[in-house]
Ligand binder design. Structure first.
Ligand code: ADP
Ligand code: ZN
Length: 435
């Protein structure tokens, strides 16, 4: 039987969700117009007043907000409440430039933990569970976000944070953790370390994993499920919107339900800004409609995905978004061919290699070159140099025929690529250094 954390809203009729969204959007637009100079200025410049926004259908009249706006107003220029009402600050990891700061009121903290709690319950979690949080604790939203959610559900929370992999393995075994929360790349690293310690999934009590904060493929999902003996659930979010819990996966594993009683989702054409119909891929844009401290409207995430309103067998009526396949700024353009690292990952795993890989892009004499380095699995024979050579050629051929890119493949011994404790760094783009 399906369990819900907040059944009433998670399974509400569409009209009810829409009415709530309309009411909340109107109030938020009015509030930011009054309190955030950037929004007032942008709306005035676009000739829009709060009265022009009567329902979600009018959302498209509002100007977009960009990451650069957050940098320009750093640190507190976008806050809509006085500091006395702010109870928490977080910052983005700054993987793509200068960090940005976000704030939460006490109510924002409640909303956030409720959103993440929906994910834990959708993954089968309850007060009976032992939730092992390996996301980093600190300014990064992952650790404390899932921690608060686990507390809401009433589970026993283990705040391990990231790092110290051997200790994580000991805790997973001895404390009998039942739900693992981490980045998918770190979960894979834990699986490797488990194997190397001579143990296996049989020594663990895990039943579910809640993995997110970075793109990962369904092939990687199968690896994690197989190696750790759990069912793997995706969770999506970004610091600017609230952190993890913007969207979460149910047991169907066919997309993530967006917590759209708090966040409105639109898919737009990244070049024209035009809103695209359901089912069309484009850039994901979010508007916060309940946030008090940091209510951001029409935020351009640069993540690429699509939405579907097809009824979900789990009973939730919240719209679903696909796994983002990457960010617009992660997309590699290699000799004119667009390719996301996640597409390369799919090919590697389908061909029997590991998810421990690096993509190195370079340019010489105005020609782009791509080197894909990937570790062979410990069970794959790599005996003869000749054999390796043949395997490399076969993989190069697969990348060419499936993705249309010509890449040079280098197979590596297991454990040669540095493991990340948080988000994995898969791409080294040396061209950026040249510009
Ligand atoms: P930073 O931008 O500094 O890395 P965040 O932690 O806020 O900080 O990162 C949010 C981004 O992480 C999202 O915009 C998205 O690109 C990525 N992300 C988060 N969750 C997922 C997920 N489940 N699948 C794919 N990408 C994800
Ligand atoms: Zn569902």
């Amino acid at each position: 039987m399906e369990h819900y954390y907040q059944r009433e809203i998670e399974t509400a009729p569409r009209e009810q969700i829409r009415a709530l969204q309309n009411e909340r959007l109107l109030a938020t637009v009015r509030r930011v117009y009054e309190r955030v100079p950037l929004y007032r200025g942008r709306m005035q410049a676009a000739g829009v007043t709060p009265d022009d926004i009567q329902s979600v259908d009018d959302l498209k009249k509002l100007p977009f907000t960009y990451k650069q706006d957050l940098r320009d107003t750093y640190p507190y220029g976008m806050f809509a409440v006085p500091m006395k009402d702010v109870v928490r600050l977080h910052a983005s990891s700054g993987t793509t430039g200068k960090q940005i700061v976000v704030g939460y009121t006490a109510n924002d903290m409640e909303v956030w933990s409720d959103c993440c709690a929906r994910s834990i319950v959708a993954a089968g979690g309850s007060a009976e569970d032992i939730v092992h949080v390996s996301y980093g604790y600190g300014l990064f939203t992952g650790g404390l976000g899932m921690d608060a959610a686990s507390k809401k559900v009433g589970a026993a929370t283990i705040p391990v944070s990231s790092g110290n992999t051997q200790r994580q393995i000991t805790i997973l075994k001895d404390f009998r953790s039942t739900i693992l929360c981490s980045t998918p790349s770190y979960a894979l690293h834990l699986a490797e370390a488990l194997r190397e310690s001579g143990a296996s999934k049989k020594d663990l009590s895990l039943k579910a994993g809640i993995f997110g904060a970075e793109p990962w493929t369904n092939e990687m999902r199968r690896e994690l499920e197989e190696q750790l003996g759990l069912k793997a659930f995706d969770i999506y979010g970004l610091t600017e919107i609230i952190g993890p819990g913007v969207a979460f996966e149910c047991g169907e594993q066919t997309g993530m339900h967006v917590n759209e009683d708090h966040f409105l989702i639109e898919i737009i054409d990244p070049d024209t800004g035009e809103v695209l119909p359901e089912g069309t891929q484009g850039e994901i844009v979010f508007s916060c409609i309940t946030k008090e401290a940091f209510p951001i409207l029409r935020y351009r995430t640069r993540d690429i995905g699509l939405i579907t309103r097809k009824p979900c067998p789990c009973g939730r009526t919240l719209v679903k978004m696909t796994k983002p396949r990457g960010r617009t700024d992660d997309m590699l353009i290699i000799r004119g061919v667009n390719v996301f690292p996640s597409q390369i990952e799919t090919v590697l795993l389908e061909q029997g290699y590991t998810a421990n890989y690096r993509i190195i892009v370079d340019r010489s004499q105005n020609l782009d070159s791509v080197d894909v380095e990937v570790e062979i699995g410990s069970e794959l024979p790599s005996d003869t140099v000749k054999g390796l050579d043949r395997q490399e050629k076969a993989l190069e051929e697969a990348l060419r025929s499936l993705l249309g890119i010509s890449a040079k493949v280098k197979l590596l011994e297991p454990n040669t690529i540095e493991r990340s404790q948080g988000k994995a760094v898969r791409v080294v783009d040396k061209r950026k250094l040249l510009d």
